[in-house]
Write a protein that binds this ligand. Structure first.
Ligand code: AMP
Ligand code: GLY
Length: 432
C-alpha cells in the first residue's frame, strides 16, 4: 500500500493557496504543510511557523523538511529560489520542485536574462546594459522613445518603467541608479526597445530536459479598470487565453521555450520547476519580455482550477530529470476567471487587520467546486475569524462553460464578500 506522502509548500499567497488546495483535491494521498501559509491555507494545510513572515529562511525550512521527512517541497515565490533553496535542499538529498540559484537568475537578474537570450538567439527586445548612470543617461538622451528601463535585480515588480517620454526615462535611470530606490538591485540596468502587442503568460513545467506546457492565462497588472493606474502584482486573470494548439503558442514553444531549456542545460544548469514566460505577441511573432522561475500569481489560481491531472504526480515527475518524458496533462475544458480583491490604497499603503465577511456565501453562489476563494493577504484574527493582512487579499475564482459565465459567477461571488476599503477591478476577463 502506498503510504501518505508529505508535501511542504513554501510561501503564503494566493498562488500557494491554489497549490495547496489542488494538491489536496488530487488523487494522491497527501498531507500538505505550508510555510508560512495564510488565514485560508491554515484551514486546508498544516501551517508551519518558521519564525518570520517571509519564506526566505532556507536553513529553517531545510531542517523542518529533514525532521518531518517531507517527500517533496514546492517553492511558490522567487526570493528563496534566487537565494538558493533548491541547491541547499538537493545537497541534503531533499527533493524539491524549483530551480537552483543559477537557474533562478533568469528572474533574479535582468542583465543575466538578456545576455543569455542574446547568446542563444532567442527573440526578445533589443537592449543595452549599463553599469554607470552617466552612460545610461547619455543613451536615453538620444535613443528612440518609448523605451523601457529595468533595474537588474528583484524589485517586487516595481523595477520596470515603460517610459513614454524621454523625461520619464531620465527620471527612471536616476531613481534606479543614482537614488538607488531599489537598493543593490539598481547597480546595473537594462534599457530596451519598447515592444507593442498583446501580452500572454505561458507557463511550462520542466524536468530540465522535457517540458510540458500548462494552459495559457492572461493577467491584469494595472490597478484600475481599463488598464489605468500603477502596476500591481496582478488584479485578476483568466484561463485559457490562447489554445495550446494555436500557432502562436507553438511558435513560442519552439523558438523561445525549447531553446531556453536546451541553453540552460548546455550551460550546466539543471532547471527543474516552472518556467513562466511573459510573452509579447508582436507583429514579428512572440518575443520574450521576462522569465519568472515559479508559478505566476494570480495566473496559478485559474490555471490550477482547470487542471484535471493529479498535481503531485506532475510535480514529482518534474523533480527528477527525464521524469516528464511521456507525461500528459488533462484539462477541464471550462474557462476560469480570477478576480483579486485588494485592500484600499494598494499598491500604495493600506490598513491591515480588517474583518472579512461573506467568505462562505461566496463559494455557495454556484454548484460545489465551481467557485473557490483563494486567500492571499489574510490571517486568523484573535477569535479565529479571517482578517486582512496584505495588499492583495483574496482571489475569487470561478469556472464556467464559457468565459462570460465564469466571469459572471466570479463577480456574483465577489458581491458576497466585504471588508472596509475593499476594491477590485470590474473588467477582468471582459471581452473588449
Ligand atoms: P517585466 O517585469 O520585465 O515583465 O515587466 C513588467 C511589465 O512591463 C511587462 O508585463 C510589460 O507590460 C512591460 N514591459 C516590460 N518590458 C517591455 C518591453 N520591452 N516592451 C513593452 N513593455 C514591456
Ligand atoms: N502575475 C505576475 C507574476 O506572477 O509575476
Amino acid at each position: 500500500m502506498n503510504r501518505r506522502k508529505k508535501v511542504l509548500v513554501v510561501g503564503g499567497g494566493g498562488r500557494e493557496h491554489a497549490i495547496v488546495s489542488t494538491l489536496a483535491r488530487g488523487a494522491s494521498a497527501v498531507d500538505v504543510y505550508c510555510a508560512p501559509g495564510n488565514g485560508g491555507i491554515r484551514r486546508e494545510a498544516r501551517a508551519v511557523d518558521i519564525g518570520c513572515d517571509t519564506p526566505d529562511d532556507i536553513e529553517r525550512l531545510a531542517s523542518f523538511a529533514r525532521r518531518e521527512s517531507i517527500d517533496l517541497t514546492v517553492v511558490g515565490p522567487e526570493a528563496p529560489l534566487v537565494l538558493g533553496i533548491a541547491d541547499r535542499f538537493e545537497a541534503e538529498g531533499l527533493r524539491i520542485f524549483g530551480p537552483p540559484a543559477a537557474g533562478a537568475r533568469l528572474e533574479g537578474s535582468k542583465c543575466f536574462l538578456k545576455e543569455f537570450l542574446a547568446r542563444r538567439s532567442i527573440p526578445t527586445a533589443e537592449f543595452r546594459i549599463f553599469d554607470r548612470a552617466e552612460d545610461a543617461l547619455t543613451h536615453v538622451e538620444t535613443c528612440p522613445v518609448p523605451v523601457v528601463v529595468k533595474a537588474d535585480g528583484l524589485a517586487a515588480g516595481k523595477g520596470v518603467i515603460v517610459a513614454r517620454e524621454r523625461r520619464e526615462a531620465v527620471l527612471a535611470v536616476e531613481a534606479i541608479m543614482v537614488e538607488r530606490r531599489f537598493g543593490e538591485a539598481g547597480r546595473r540596468i537594462v534599457v530596451e526597445e519598447c515592444l507593442a502587442g498583446s501580452e500572454v503568460s505561458l507557463l511550462v513545467v520542466t524536468d530540465g530536459r522535457s517540458y510540458i506546457p500548462l494552459e495559457t492565462a492572461q493577467d491584469y497588472k494595472p490597478a484600475f479598470d481599463g488598464g489605468k493606474g500603477p502596476n500591481t502584482g496582478g488584479m485578476g486573470s483568466y484561463s485559457p487565453y490562447l489554445s495550446l494548439g494555436s500557432p502562436l503558442v507553438q511558435q513560442a514553444l519552439e523558438r523561445i521555450i525549447a531553446p531556453t531549456i536546451e541553453g540552460l542545460r548546455d550551460e550546466g544548469i539543471p532547471f527543474r520547476g516552472v518556467l513562466y514566460a511573459g510573452l509579447m505577441l508582436t507583429s514579428d511573432g512572440p518575443k520574450i519580455l521576462e522569465y519568472n522561475v515559479r508559478f505566476g500569481d494570480p495566473e496559478t489560481q485559474p490555471i490550477l482550477m482547470r487542471l484535471g491531472t493529479d498535481l503531485l504526480s506532475l510535480l514529482e515527475a518534474a523533480a527528477s530529470e527525464g521524469g516528464l518524458e511521456r507525461f500528459t496533462l488533462e484539462w477541464d475544458p471550462r474557462s476560469a476567471v480570477c478576480v483579486v480583491l485588494a485592500s484600499g490604497g494598494y499598491p500604495g499603503s493600506y490598513e491591515k487587520g480588517l474583518a472579512i465577511t461573506g467568505l462562505e456565501e461566496a463559494e455557495q453562489v454556484a454548484a460545489p467546486g465551481e467557485v473557490k476563494v483563494f486567500h492571499a493577504g489574510t490571517a486568523a484574527g484573535a477569535q479565529g475569524e479571517i482578517v486582512t493582512s496584505g495588499g492583495r487579499v483574496l482571489g475569487v475564482t470561478a469556472l464556467g462553460e464559457t468565459q462570460e459565465v465564469a466571469r459572471r459567477r466570479a463577480y456574483e461571488a465577489v458581491a458576497k464578500i466585504g471588508f472596509a476599503g475593499m476594491r477590485c477591478r470590474t473588467d477582468i476577463a471582459a471581452r473588449s
